[in-house]
Design a protein around this ligand. Structure first.
Ligand SMILES: NC(=O)c1ccc[n+]([C@@H]2O[C@H](COP(=O)([O-])OP(=O)(O)OC[C@H]3O[C@@H](n4cnc5c(N)ncnc54)[C@H](OP(=O)(O)O)[C@@H]3O)[C@@H](O)[C@H]2O)c1
Length: 326
């Protein structure tokens, strides 16, 4: 089978298509033929060797969400059959024609949902829902989603409304992305490359201020986020797509208005709160099924052109999800 790996850190051209045997699978595992492979921002940062949680060992093939068809199941697996359409979240060695993963990471797909869109049920879309749950977003609140045109951001913009937000404000770095987030239902789209962006957010939020902020971009902007929060407001930090190697220290005095700052990690949630994670994915499946959340595919890129797929994220062009198609 074909698999895409990199043997060094560097620009997208370090990604190479190679030949490999299909992955071995044990009694607890499922072997899946990939139909669509999600491309995550973390894949780009790992390739560059700048992922905030450390560079991966080389050679490296990303671990990401893969939707496809079950080919074989291990002897101890129940409830999953060959031929079934599934999504595998965080499949190891995912940029490949076949992936093997423990059955516990495999979710059957609802009828009618395309493979590309289904990759968002894996972990990317769930992160969006879990962020809003972590922030305890409540009916009538105002939510600010930074980088609202990104893979996670575009689900968060829609899910925030579906989970009760009265006003949703999204930031984005280009006019096309701001049009995109408005089309997704954001009440206001703010250019956060403008130094006056906090004032624009205040204008859009009105006198009651911002109750919830989701920030996966990071950098000095986090300090502005805290100051934008209304009393009892919650900021959830979940990533550093802006590429800053360090994040600012938040002055505790800025939290005196009963503001809260917390971090989110999907890995920690899956390890320590599997029931909560299960609840999140059920909610996401329901929101997609009833049409409240519409996953958007920016482009289906052939697997052999994985470098171009990475460029779409790195050059900040993509809106919604980029997938690889074997
Ligand atoms: N905590 C967790 O468990 C968890 C899980 C999965 C992902 N994440 C993190 O979540 C974040 C978003 O992931 P994603 O898959 O949604 O990524 P994505 O689709 O690439 O979106 C990232 C967004 O970041 C913005 N951005 C700002 N500065 C950028 C830069 N220098 N280069 C590239 N993009 C930049 C871009 O929006 P503009 O162009 O509009 O600025 C882009 O739309 C990442 O930091 C990722 O590592 C965290």
């Amino acid at each position: 089978m074909r698999i895409v790996r990199h043997h060094e850190y560097g620009p997208s051209r370090v990604l190479r298509t190679e030949k490999a045997a299909p992955p071995a699978h044990g009694p607890e595992d499922v072997l899946v033929r990939a139909e669509a492979i999600g491309v995550d921002h973390a894949d780009v940062q790992r390739r560059l060797g700048i992922f905030p949680l450390g560079a991966p060992p080389l050679p490296y093939c990303p671990s990401t969400d893969v939707a496809g068809t079950v080919v074989e199941v291990g002897g101890h697996v129940t409830g999953i059959e060959p031929g079934q359409r599934v999504v595998v979240w965080k499949a190891p060695d995912a940029y490949a024609e076949f992936v093997a993963a423990p059955a516990a990471r495999v979710l059957p797909l609802p009828d009618g949902l395309g493979f590309a869109e289904a990759t968002l049920l894996g972990s990317t879309g769930r992160v969006a829902v879990h962020l809003l749950q972590t922030a305890r977003v409540a009916a009538g609140e105002t939510v600010l989603v930074h980088a609202g045109a990104g893979a996670i951001g575009h689900i968060a913009v829609q899910a925030a409304r579906a989970m009760g937000a009265r006003r949703v404000i999204a930031t984005a770095g280009s006019p096309r992305k701001r049009d995109f987030v408005r089309a997704l239902g954001a009440d206001a789209a703010v250019d956060y490359t403008d130094p006056d962006w906090p004032a624009r957010v205040r204008d859009a939020a009105g006198p009651e201020g911002v109750d919830v902020i989701l920030d996966g971009v990071g950098g000095p902007r986090l300090l502005d986020d805290v100051r934008l929060l209304a009393p009892y407001g919650r900021l959830v930090f979940y990533g550093a797509s802006g590429g800053d190697s360090e994040q600012p220290a938040i002055p505790v005095m800025d939290l005196m208005g009963m503001r809260q700052v917390t971090g989110f990690s999907m890995a920690t949630m899956l390890r320590d709160s599997p029931a909560l994670a299960e609840e999140g994915v059920r909610l996401l499946v329901r929101l997609v099924a009833d049409g409240s959340v519409r996953p958007v595919i920016h482009e289906r890129v052939p697997l052999d052109e994985a470098a171009r797929a990475h460029d779409l994220l790195e050059q900040r062009v993509s809106m919604g999800r980029v997938v690889l198609v074997p």
